[in-house]
Design a protein around this ligand. Sequence first.
Ligand code: ADP
Length: 324
Amino acid sequence: MRDVTVFQKRHQVGEGTYGSVFVGADKVTGEIVALKRINTEAEENGFPITAIREVKILKALKHDNIVHLKEIVTSKDQGDIPKNVFMVFEYLEYDLTGIIETKEIKLTLDHVKSWSNQLLKGVHYMHINKIVHRDLKASNLLINSRGELKIADWGLARSWNPEMTRLTNRVITLWYRPPELLLGCMRYSTKIDLWSVGCIIAELFFRRGLLKGSNELQQLELIFRMMGHPNTTDWPNIHTMCPLWQNYEPKDGEERLPRRLREELQSRLPTHALSWMTPHALDMFDHLFDYNPDTRWSAAQALTAEWFFDEPLTKPAEKLNMKF
Ligand code: ADP
C-alpha cells in the first residue's frame, strides 16, 4: 500500500460520515484525485464496518457510471497524528445537488436525459451484480467536466439476494425513500433504488425535490397525496410485505385518495421545462413510481423507456454543454 505522501494534499471538499474528503494531486503524474479519510480514531472496534463494505463493493464494481476507487493509501503514525487510511477516488468537479441549486446554470433537456440515462446504466450494472445502493440521491451523484455522471457514496450499499429477510429498514434519505421502506418492509429488493431514481429524475425536471417530507409520517402523506392510497389491486401483497400499512389504510367510509401523479407532474412544471413532460416522460415516471416493487420498472426496463428514444435523442456525455 502506498503512502498518502505520494499525493500533495490540497483543500477539503466535503465531510463524510466517517471522515473528511480532500482534493489531492499525484506528485509524479499531477493527476487530481479525491482522498476520503477513514477516521479510525472514533471507532471502538477499529475500522468502521461501513468503510469495509464500501471498499469491498467498490473493488468489485467497475463501470463508467460508478465512481472509480483507484487505490487505498495509508499514513504512518507521526507522533500525535495517528495512522490513517484513505480511499483514493478519481476526482469529479460537481455533485448533482450543487448543479441543480445553482440557478445560473442552464440545464437543457439534453442534460436531463443524458444524466438520467447514465444514472440508470450505473444502477443496472450494480443490480445485475447483486448490489443495492440504498442511498441514491442527487448529492451522491457526482459529475465531471466531461459531462459524465458517476454514482458515489457506497457506505450504505450491500450485496443482496432474493432470500434475504430482515434487512435494515432505515435506509435511503427521506425524500428518496420508497413507500415499502416507510411502511416497515424488511424484505425489500433492488427496486428500492428505482423509486429513488424516479425522485432524482423528477428533481432534474423541476430543479427542486419532488417529495420533501421532514419526517417519515409527512413523507408518507406526501406520497399518498401524489400517488394516491395504494390498494391490493395494484399491490396485491401490500399487507404481508408492509407491517405498518394497517396503521395508514383508510377504513370503510374514509376517503381513499386517487392517483394524481400525471396531473401533479404537469401542473408543477417550471416554465423552462413546460415542453419536457411528454406522454413518454409521464409513462416513465408512472412506472418508476409504481407502488408495487414487483411491477415497478427495473433499471433495464427503464433504459428501454420510449422517452430515451424520443427527440432530442439521448446524447453521450461528451456531447453535453458543460461550460457553466
Ligand atoms: P459520505 O459517505 O460520508 O456521505 P461521500 O462519499 O458522499 O461521504 O463524500 C462526501 C463529499 O465529498 C461529497 O458530497 C462530495 O462533495 C465530496 N466527494 C466525495 N467523493 C468525491 C470525488 N470522487 N470527487 C470529488 N468530490 C468528492
